[in-house]
Write a protein of this length. Sequence first.
Length: 727
Amino acid sequence: MAAWGRRVVTRLLDEWDERGVRGILTPARLGIASVVLVAGGFAAADWATLPPLLPDYAKTRAAWAPSESWLYDRSGVLIDSARVDYQARRLAWTPLDKVSPVAREVLVAAEDRRFRAHGGIDWLAVGGALRDRLEGKRSRGASTLSMQVAAFLSPELAAPGSRGWREKLRQMRAGAALEQRWSKDQILEAYLNLAGFRGEAQGIGAAALGLFGKTPAALTRDDALLLAALLPDPRADAAQVAARACALSHDQDCRRFAGLAASMLGPARSLALDPGLAPHLSDMLLTKPGLRITTTLDARIQRVAIQALRHQLQELGGTRARDGAVVVVDNASGDVLAMVGGIGGASTAPQVNGATAYRQAGSTLKPFLYAQAIEKGYLTAASILDDSPVQLDTASGLYVPQNYDKGFKGPVSARNALAGSLNVPAVRTLLLVGVNSFHDRLWDTGYHGLTEDGDYYGYSLALGSAEVTLMEQAAAYRSLALGGRWGPLRLTKDDAHVAPRPVTTPQAAWIVADILADPNARAGTFGLDSSLRLPFWAAAKTGTSKAMRDNWCVGFSDRFTVAVWVGNLEGDPMRAVSGTSGAAPVWRDVMLALHREVPGRQPERPAGIDERRITFADHVEQPRAEYFLKGTAMDQVAQAPMAARRPRIVNPVSGSVYALDPDIPRDRQGLSVTVSGEVIGHRLLLDKRDLGAADSRPLVLAPRGRHTLALVDLGGRVVDQVLFTVR
């Protein structure tokens, strides 16, 4: 080790000769420095001074784990990012050529001005530090960038209590060892990425964005001086930073640094250059630090959806509806082009993703019910359904469906019933299809929130009592646009393309789509000029859940499916928001933007559909052209005559329970009996007591208890029977 000490002294003398400063130090001081260095060389023989093993540059860079992850649109445009690791704030590794040259120069000059000349140890700085100590002055640091990088790579070198002479020798030897394996540019690059500048911000990337809102490539000389001023003490206040920056700059006028330092250390800036277009999707997908995920989203369409939703929620105001969500899908590929889970604003639950939250579907499930009925031949688009009061006996009591406007339209075609979103005809259609059969169809159409069997939902399933997500809605309505073929949606470029599978026939899907695109058919409910009417072909359906908690508008053109939800994520009802005043305006704005250059066109009619000109008996509806499955076409539609209807008791409904009011005289509390069908010659029996002719609408004064009401024909045969209770 004596030889090593002599080499140290010789190296020191040579460097002094090269710089012409040999005469600066007196021989006495030089001798003292030589003795100390030689002594240090001998002391270095102790095993404790051996430097730790350090990784090479490639391993160091490969091991770098940013605290962030990034989300890109389908074209590679950054749309969002998220912090995943909260131990430190690190961005992606910044290559040296991505740091502005002036910033590199300023930081090197401040931290290690002879960096390019020394071999890991700045012997002039070491000699100066020794001289200062011998003269009793405050010792200045002699750590080089190489030594600091070595300490970053081996934290034990910078651990508390590592400032003794033995530990300092280890740092020096580590710096020298690093220089033998790393290039100068690699060392400088590593330093700029590993250094802590302020708080939890590690590396020049996080510092530039967090303190200046810039990329490292955009840093100016003054920015770099302020960053360099932070390095000795990242917790320094603005005045201290300004003073250090002034000293480093050697400028005559340093007044600007006070304001610059105060601005730099003011409110924290975002460490993201992204526009924050998809925060809810980033929460879904960015689960690990360092991820770079390319989505199927289109940044332009995402902005359109955000703007349309923001504008509508501002129009409604936070007291009417606070939240909303939008999903846009490319029909051909199943790619999600926009997914807006919410926009914040007046929301009281901004972190909840409205696009994936389960909410009651309302009337948005009706198209799939009618498609199933048409497919099975139970109905045609011209079939007459009775929109009149109905009571249905269920295990939990009577189910009495009502329309949105609390009124009834009487006889109505299936086309107008679906387009006008009438509830009672939908329930009557469900009676034809069957609850469990319809439940299975919805499951096949991607509504996988229906985890209970059909009986659990009962007749209310026709009116959307089940909970669904906006993503499920978009995928389901896309299946109608694809002729009855359903497939999963894609959110990332890595998601597999899955060929859509048939869930209903192309003919039934096409007829339902034609109904949903018919402005005349929905005019009775929505008017001729609602938000659902576009200047090109598009099909749409609105829905409102119980107690006005959810408002939907889902529809499609030949190219795109757009699904919109508006409501309150906390579940409280909206105020004064209807099907066409809530979600529909957002749907309209997005559809218009998507088709600004190419308008939507009606899908080609599949084989197996006949077109006929039809008329309706009794002028139930106006004559029109109508579409039928092949073999079911007709020219005239009429209600079934009374003689063709099965006689039955309409009221009371079996299972009804009636309570007597003690404040009303008993003889004034009667139960009106109603029957339907051809009942000439039929009679009514209450507990086997003759009440008279069935068509006489008798008033029943039944005592307390359980009762049996029977309808019997001329031969005494019971053709219908109900049970009810009076309490």
